[in-house]
Design a protein around this ligand. Structure first.
Ligand code: DAT
Ligand code: MG
Length: 152
């Protein structure tokens, strides 16, 4: 597996419900490296670009209303295979179909309130990281336990 970067965001429902620590903890405990983190309320322009692939879907306006309704915690995580692994940690889009043990499977019920976003492929990860973060906001750092995290 190659070292990758992915964009993850705790949506307004996750922030309002006090789930930031719980969700950050799952990525930290897995062993991925946090390289960018900020809280912001996205404006409609950012939200519409972020969800641009869904612009023709009937739920698009509701989705943009929701994601712009309050603070979001935006992050970049780095690690071996982090893009697909994050999607596994997050679980299926419909929380009632998400496996127990996943973030959505454990913490959510409704598709419109599924607490977290994660990039679904290398191209979307690159697009979303560039959309939400300036290069100067991304921290390239080496954890002191780095040798314990990588394939030997
Ligand atoms: P994911 O967030 O798992 O990548 P997606 O990209 O298909 O899922 O959709 C983006 C978000 O849009 C999703 O997290 C919740 C919302 N959404 C998707 N399908 C929906 C639907 N049928 N009704 C309402 N909201 C929906
Ligand atoms: Mg998606």
């Amino acid at each position: 597996m190659a070292i990758e970067r992915t964009f993850v965001a705790i949506k307004p429902d996750g922030v309002q419900r006090g789930l930031i620590g719980e969700i950050l903890g799952r990525f930290e405990q897995k062993g991925f490296k946090l390289i960018a983190l900020k809280q912001l309320t996205p404006d409609r322009e950012l939200a519409e670009k972020h969800y641009g692939v869904h612009s023709e879907r009937p739920f698009f306006a509701t989705l943009v209303d929701f994601i712009t309704s309050g603070p979001v915690v935006a992050m970049v995580w780095e690690g071996d295979g982090v893009i697909s692994s994050s999607r596994k940690l997050i679980g299926a889009t419909k929380p009632l179909e998400a496996d127990p043990g996943t973030i959505r499977g454990d913490l959510a019920i409704n598709i419109g309130r599924n607490v977290i976003h994660g990039s679904d492929a290398p191209e979307t990860a690159q697009f979303e990281i560039g959309l939400w973060f300036q290069p100067s906001e991304i921290n390239d750092w080496t954890p002191s336990d780095q040798l314990w995290r990588v394939e030997q």
